[in-house]
Design a protein around this ligand. Structure first.
Ligand SMILES: Nc1nc2c(c(=O)[nH]1)N[C@H]1C(S)=C(S)[C@@H](COP(=O)(O)OP(=O)(O)OC[C@H]3O[C@@H](n4cnc5c(=O)[nH]c(N)nc54)[C@H](O)[C@@H]3O)O[C@H]1N2
Ligand SMILES: Nc1nc2c(c(=O)[nH]1)N[C@H]1C(S)=C(S)[C@@H](COP(=O)(O)OP(=O)(O)OC[C@H]3O[C@@H](n4cnc5c(=O)[nH]c(N)nc54)[C@H](O)[C@@H]3O)O[C@H]1N2
Ligand code: SF4
Ligand SMILES: [Mo]
Length: 734
């Protein structure tokens, strides 16, 4: 007999609701849940592939311990916890707590209790070295709000927009922005009059819906935004009353963009000046608008400046929610946030917290710089990192694979969580076998959390969902949930952990919560009796607008009207202002205007092409890198414009050697008409271990052999050049 249970796909942050058909305790089919609001039953191929992923024959059944000869042998949970505890204690005793580091990547989407527990564990041992993927992703979107200030009323509701402008993102594939069935949402919005402006070297699935598509040379986003600001000022389209009340620095900003004339910008960014003017015209005449950016421009260096200028342009047009507007992304599983039509002042983007020993990198508003981590492991001396808890696909997702390998090998203790023996897991001293999605309860809080840092995540409407774990792992498995190692090691070391409540972790409730609320601010975890994941979720949702117990009553998810908020009036005594002229940002902009473009871009006769990042529907980052067969397309083609291919005497399916100044990979090319000439576009997250033979058409290739941590890195957050990388492309002689 088959029965159907409700759950949620966690293979990307879209969190699509699914119907899971189960037969004899096994997943037999996964489909979209048509009863769920907002999604229209949508799922992508990775959602359907959950069936195969749950029945993955390569799945780790037990934890593994590296043996002296390099092979792996099973180890029980109890023994694992005992050995890891002993080693961590010894490292702390010998080298101090900073020697212990942790990295949290996308597996946090599956394991929601992981982030809070890891954070508590790291503070209990006294180590600041907690890194995450934010600093190799879009850190600028977290730092720019600090430099510009934020709008306490939030963004304008998508249904009310005249224009949405997107720099280097592709929601139809990535589901970053318009995450619930993005194709459908964009179609509806553009059909009902919203004009879409897309800036991307590729005519993406999203760009096809655009009123204006600026098919730019990669890495020129700050130039283009400066050009748009120039035009908006020149056209007299600055919302003067909004700016007068809410911002400062217009004159300096105007001076800084004066020389970014349409002719200059068009020439430099390889776009048509008329199209740039057309985009400016749409923005100038729109009454309501919103802007977003994705990974492309962030990775093409200067991501902070790009995001900063984007916020400035948004402020110049007054494109922030007005008093009386329906607030977007109201809290559901977090404590109440009051929306007000007023600015929150800027706050430090860097210059606080922890300084790294390498390259003057430091903690920023985007967290600790992952760009410093490999060197911090390799550099001897006080403060050297000796142990690392790793949740992610570092060997293929971190830049400069060779240095990552060297660093991981240099550790005294590398603990990698995984569901299979991936390229990254195979580097570890201990591999912790973890539960897979449907063995873990799921709730929507994590995306609400992400929306606090990135406007492209979460739900515009007050959506909430929770579903319980559907299965226990098979009886012969000995696996853990990702948070458990932190609790159990703390327990063995006699450490007291704090409660994983977000009220404390983010300090979000304290100022916004109604005065009468008596939310207790400090809690001690019970270190005798291990909580269940569900109990942890209760703790994490403490003080939420909608109690988790209420959300649990709706297995298909629900829009909670009681959570809806309206943007309130400005406080009479509000004097905060949004900053249009952050000196560091304007200085960087001046550098751009002064620099020799070719020198900066670094293309020349030897490296004539630009390599750019992109996502494909069939894979999320490093997920399932050893057994991608479940996803039908186990490789990452090297997409190029057919004219470029012809010029190089290549045809689709040919093997090529792709080289940057840092390394080479073998790829195979596929013609893509939609790509700008002179660029090659390829997805990360693929590839085998260095030294292993690979067939690009079977295994894919690791594009992070082309990157380097020290290539044009952001001077504060350390993010290196990961898109717009100069490369050569040559036929590969077998
Ligand atoms: N060149 C280049 N590099 C990039 C990017 C790029 O565009 N270009 N993108 C960057 C971005 S935006 C990000 S967010 C990072 C993401 O990179 P990471 O932060 O490393 O995260 P993932 O690759 O998503 O991590 C998934 C992997 O973690 C392991 N894993 C650990 N625990 C679990 C678990 O409990 N369950 C499962 N299923 N797997 C687990 C599995 O091996 C899985 O493949 O990559 C970055 N790297
Ligand atoms: N299917 C799928 N979905 C995912 C992921 C995945 O791996 N697969 N990863 C998830 C993660 S971790 C993230 S962070 C999000 C990312 O979400 P997005 O940022 O929307 O991801 P991409 O689809 O890579 O879009 C980046 C776009 O930038 C363009 N681009 C590259 N260089 C430049 C440049 O210099 N300037 C401009 N303007 N554009 C440029 C590329 O052509 C590409 O279309 O997606 C998430 N969703
Ligand atoms: S878009 Fe695909 S991978 Fe992402 S949550 Fe939905 S079904 Fe899963
Ligand atoms: Mo990401």
């Amino acid at each position: 007999m088959t029965h159907v249970e409700k759950s949620t796909c966690r293979s990307c942050a879209a969190y699509c609701p699914v119907d899971v058909a189960i037969e004899k305790g096994k997943v037999v089919k996964v489909e979209g849940n048509h009863d769920a609001p907002l999604y229209n039953g949508f799922i992508c191929p990775k959602g359907r592939a959950l069936t195969a992923m749950h029945n993955n024959p390569a799945r780790l059944k037990t934890h593994l311990k590296r043996q002296p000869d390099g092979s792996f042998a099973p180890i029980s949970s109890a023994q694992l916890v005992a050995e890891v505890s002993e080693k961590i204690a010894a490292i702390i005793a010998d080298r101090g707590p900073r020697a212990v580091a942790a990295y949290l990547g996308s597996p946090g989407l599956d394991h929601q209790a992981l982030g809070p527990m890891m954070t508590r564990f790291m503070s209990a041992i006294g180590s600041p070295n907690l890194f995450n993927n934010g600093t190799i992703d879009q850190p600028g979107l977290m730092i720019a709000p600090a430099l510009h200030g934020t709008w306490a009323g939030g963004r304008m509701h998508p249904d009310t927009l005249d224009v949405f402008m997107l720099f280097g993102g592709n929601p139809v594939i990535s589901k970053q922005y318009f995450a619930q069935h993005p194709g459908n949402q964009l179609k509806k919005l553009t059909n009902s009059g919203m004009k879409l402006i897309v800036i991307d070297p590729r005519r993406t699935e999203t760009a096809r819906r655009a009123a204006v598509h600026l098919q730019c040379i990669p890495g020129e986003d700050p130039t283009i935004i400066a050009g748009l600001i120039h035009l908006i000022i020149e056209m007299g389209a600055v919302d003067q009353s909004f700016v007068a009340r809410n911002a400062q620095g217009l004159e300096q900003l105007a001076a800084a963009v004066r020389d970014f004339t349409p002719a200059y910008v068009a020439e430099r960014a390889g776009i048509d000046a008329g199209s740039l003017r057309e985009a400016a015209q749409i923005i100038a005449t729109a009454r309501r608008g919103d802007f977003g950016s994705g990974t492309g421009p962030s990775m093409a260096t200067r991501g902070t400046l790009m995001a900063y200028l984007m916020f400035c342009l948004q402020t110049l047009r007054g494109f922030w929610a007005e008093e009386g507007d329906t607030a977007v992304m109201p809290r559901v599983l977090f404590p109440l946030q009051q929306f007000k039509a007023q600015p929150n002042p800027p706050y430090p983007g860097w210059g606080f917290g922890v300084k790294m020993r390498v390259r003057d990198l430091q903690q920023t508003a985007a967290g600790m710089p992952t760009g410093a981590l490999p060197e911090e492991i390799l550099m001897p001396g006080e403060g050297q990192i000796k142990a690392l808890f790793l949740h992610g696909g570092a060997m293929v997702t971190w830049p400069q694979e060779a240095l990552v390998k060297e660093a991981l090998q240099a550790l005294d203790l590398l603990i990698v969580h995984d569901v299979e023996l991936s390229t990254t897991a195979s580097m570890a001293h201990y591999i912790i076998a973890t539960k897979v999605s449907f063995e873990i309860p799921v709730m929507t809080q994590i995306n609400e959390l992400l929306s606090l840092f990135h406007p492209g995540y979460g739900w515009v409407e007050p959506y909430g969902a929770y579903q319980p774990a559907l299965f226990d792992p098979p009886a012969d498995f000995d696996v853990l949930e990702a948070w458990q190692i932190y609790y159990r090691v703390a327990q063995r070391l006699g450490l007291q952990l704090e409660y994983p409540s977000f009220i404390d972790l983010l300090g979000i409730a304290a100022k916004d919560a109604p005065a009468e609320s008596d939310i207790p601010l400090k809690h001690r975890m019970d270190m005798e009796r291990e909580p269940s994941t569900d109990e942890l979720y209760e703790m994490m949702c403490e003080g939420s607008v909608v109690p988790l117990s209420t959300v649990k009553q709706y297995p298909s998810g629900h829009l909670f009207d009681e959570a809806r908020q309206v943007v309130g009036p400005r406080d009479p005594d509000c004097t905060a202002r949004l900053e249009l002229a952050n000196p560091v940002m304007l200085e960087e902009l001046a550098d751009i205007r002064a620099e020799a473009v070719a020198e900066r871009r670094k293309t020349d006769a030897d490296y004539p092409f630009l390599f750019i990042s992109r996502r494909i529907q069939n894979s999320t980052n490093a997920v399932s890198s050893t057994d991608r067969s479940v996803l039908h397309k186990p490789y990452n083609p090297a997409y190029m414009n057919p004219e470029d291919l012809a010029r190089l005497g290549l045809a689709s399916g040919d093997r090529v050697e792709i080289s940057s100044r840092h390394g080479s990979i073998i790829g195979f090319v596929e013609a893509e008409n939609d790509l700008r000439r002179g660029v090659l576009s390829m997805t990360h997250g693929f590839g085998k271990k260095p030294g292993d033979d690979y067939d690009p058409k079977r295994d894919g290739a690791n594009v992070n052999r082309l990157t380097s941590w020290t290539d044009d890195y952001d001077r504060y957050n350390g993010m290196p050049r990961m898109s717009a990388i100069p490369i050569s492309v040559k036929p590969f002689a077998e």
